[in-house]
Design a protein around this ligand. Structure first.
Ligand code: UDP
Length: 475
């Protein structure tokens, strides 16, 4: 039987953090009646299958045959681009181009009509060229939030060394109109303050930003209007095509698998809002010394904790548990749960026992915490994470930061502040966390800002089918 649904092809960069918003987007677009071809590398497939319930939604996973170098720790050398991002510039190209040939040239793949457009993330700016070659538009899905992308752009293109400083020595970062951001050196990514025009990231971001801004037919943001309205406006002012904030891009409730991870059972036995969930995401980690301070800070806070342990940056993954302070596991057995490597984070955050999320401030993690009404303890590591931490503490006001090099006492203080009933700072961040959860729900429900923006995006894509528009010319 002929296939009549409009078809879209989605390709993420190789990181798990890049995959997550694309999965959320795939479910939303499939629910609107599109057939989705989700093009993935092998290591992304089980994560995608776990998050997506494919029945009922027309999402097909297509695996690319890649020669990947995995097992990388992106923060071992912060001055080079994270390895998966770097590999996304090269090894995806040829297999993806071959796949597009099969979709466009050979009478379609599996009887599907050719895709109406190609949706890929910021780090895959090279797909603009491919989209033009096949005569369809390319849509950029931005995995980083606009507040951070605005800073990334200013800082990596102008460079901090060329910025004026305030009386207190902070860097004055220009924004839109009179909106300036003041940043101290400790609020930037490592290497940024000293960088000059020969720094690889200066050229990398300058080029990539220009391609994305000029060559994308539209940009999808994984955020919502109420959370960062001014930042979205500033972001839009630099883009040729429309910018649509459609987040938080979490899986639709009806398109999620129910989790059977054992941590949930452990959480069932804990009082509501009592547990600190600790995770540094899918790629990042801390050093052995930091791990030691964190473990002792958690212990002395006397709060229950669930910690997803990843190999430290300066030690191997063998005998990971033995890197913890001696006797810690026995001493915290009754209230501490340590998980090796991975948990179903969204299911964990949705559990009522979770009272705080100690996070590296990856944007997916933050949006997941926001959507669950969980306040944050921010421990940023690299990339745009320091900007996210600043945003959460100073603008969204739903978390507190732990600064680099914090001692166990300082870590204990911040944990207790966020969780203790009587703590004034804690009360404020908990109140704001609930407020953002309600706003996030409002944004994605019918008539909400993200739902309307998604409708506009869908209308634009469907109009392509009718008008056979040409993609905008490459700048
Ligand atoms: N994640 C998870 N289980 C883990 C660690 C991470 O499910 O044990 C998911 C998390 O829910 C989020 C993503 O992996 O969706 C991590 O993305 P984020 O942007 O927070 O950080 P990144 O890993 O890209 O640095």
């Amino acid at each position: 039987m002929a296939h009549h649904r409009p078809h879209l092809v989605l390709l993420p960069s190789l990181g798990i953090g890049h995959l997550m918003p694309l999965l959320g987007l795939a479910t939303r677009l499939a629910a609107k009646g599109f057939t989705i071809s989700l093009v993935l590398a092998s290591h992304q497939i089980s994560v995608a299958q776990h998050r997506l319930l494919s029945s009922g939604l027309d999402i097909r996973i297509l695996e690319l045959d890649l020669k990947l170098e995995l097992n990388t720790n992106s923060n071992t050398n912060p001055n080079v681009l994270a390895s998966l991002v770097a590999q996304s510039q090269t090894i995806l190209r040829s297999p993806f181009e071959n796949l597009l040939h099969r979709m466009f040239d050979d009478g379609g793949l599996d009887g599907l009509p050719p895709p109406l457009c190609i949706i890929t993330d910021f780090f895959l700016g090279w797909t603009v060229e491919f989209a033009a070659k096949f005569g369809v538009p390319r849509i950029n899905i931005e995995c980083c939030p606009p507040h951070a992308m605005n800073l990334v752009e200013s800082l990596w293109t102008i460079l901090p060394r060329n910025l004026e400083r305030s009386d207190s020595g902070r860097y004055i970062v220009p924004g839109q109109g009179n909106n300036l951001t003041l940043l101290s050196a400790s609020e930037m990514t490592s290497g940024m303050v000293e960088a000059d025009a020969s720094h690889p990231k200066h050229l990398f971001f300058k080029t990539l930003l220009a391609i994305n801004q000029k060559g994308s037919w539209a940009t999808i943001l994984n955020t919502f209007q109420e959370l960062e309205s001014d930042h979205i406006d500033q972001f839009q002012s630099r883009c040729a095509g429309p910018v649509r904030a459609v987040g938080p891009l979490l899986p639709l409730p009806g398109a999620r698998r129910l989790s059977d991870c054992p941590e949930l059972e452990w959480l069932d036995g804990r009082p509501a809002g009592s547990v600190v969930y600790v995770s540094f995401g899918s790629e990042n980690s801390i050093t052995c010394a930091e791990m030691n301070e964190l473990a002792l800070g958690l212990e002395s806070s006397m709060k229950p904790f669930l910690w997803v342990l990843r190999p430290p940056t300066d030690a191997g993954s063998d005998a990971l548990g033995e890197l913890l302070p001696q006797g810690l596991r026995a001493r915290t057995e009754h209230r501490g749960q340590i998980v090796m490597g991975w948990t179903d984070q969204l299911a964990v955050l949705s559990h009522p026992a979770i009272g705080a999320f100690l996070t590296h401030c990856g944007w997916n993690s933050l949006l997941e915490g926001i959507s669950c009404g969980v306040p944050f303890i921010c421990w940023p590591i690299n990339a745009e994470q320091p900007f996210n931490a600043k945003f959460i503490e100073e603008e969204a006001k739903c978390g507190l930061r732990i600064w680099k090099g914090a001692s166990r006492d300082e870590i204990r203080r911040v944990i207790k502040s966020v969780l203790d009933d009587e703590d004034e700072a804690g009360k404020a961040v908990r109140r704001n966390a609930i407020r953002w959860k309600e706003m996030a729900e409002g944004a994605v429900c019918e008539g909400g800002s993200s739902a309307k923006n998604l409708d506009s995006l869908v209308a634009d894509i469907l109009a392509l089918q009718r008008r056979k528009e040409k993609p905008i010319a490459l700048g």
